[in-house]
Ligand binder design. Structure first.
Ligand code: HEC
Length: 157
């Protein structure tokens, strides 16, 4: 998946792990599915990176944090790059993404512990919209001003 700029590998990986542990979404919304939904929303809203390593790979006194409003890599990384001024290939950006992975793994463990203890409740209120007959998070216009029409405009949602 590297380089495609689609869903960030951290929530993607965490959600696969959640489904492996709790079971796949075979019918309806199971707890595993809720945890994935929670993680996607948490990832989008958190000031990333949340996790502060005891021994960071590179010495950054105060790392810039940004909230992506999206689980997409190119949006999450892009907003951080703009705010921090660090380019994609910089050591700082790589360290940032390593911390994002750790932050997300940590959050997953918290959710799974709640589930194991019987205390898990979903927190996400995201519901997919279907403005164009395709489900999605319709906030791409924040940066892209020309959203193409879907090819299947005759298909009713
Ligand atoms: C924070 C700004 C931002 C948001 C929000 C954003 N994008 Fe992007 N997107 C970019 C930038 C910048 C590029 C160009 C990256 C490059 O070429 O280096 C890009 C490139 C793309 C590309 C590749 C375009 C091409 O010509 O190959 C696709 C596809 C894309 N975005 C889809 C989306 C979708 C779908 C959404 C909403 C779910 C979205 N983007 C939201 C900033 C954004």
């Amino acid at each position: 998946m590297v380089g495609w700029g689609t869903v960030c590998g951290s929530p993607a990986g965490a959600n696969i792990v959640a489904n492996l542990i709790i079971g796949p979404r075979t019918a309806g919304a199971t707890e595993g599915h809720h945890i994935a939904n929670d993680l996607m929303q948490w990832y989008s809203e958190a000031d990333m990176p949340v996790f502060k390593p005891a021994k960071p790979r590179i010495a950054i006194d105060k790392i810039v944090t940004t909230s992506s409003d999206s689980p997409l890599c190119h949006v999450s990384v892009g907003k951080w790059m703009e705010t921090s001024g660090h380019p994609l290939k910089s050591a700082e950006r790589k360290d940032r993404c390593a911390r994002v992975a750790a932050s997300t793994a940590y959050r997953l463990v918290e959710l799974l512990n709640d589930w194991k203890n019987g205390d898990y409740e979903t927190t996400a209120d995201f519901s997919a919209v279907k403005e164009h007959g395709i489900t999605g998070q319709m906030n791409c216009g924040e940066c892209h001003n020309d959203v193409p029409s879907p090819p299947m405009t005759t298909i009713k949602s």
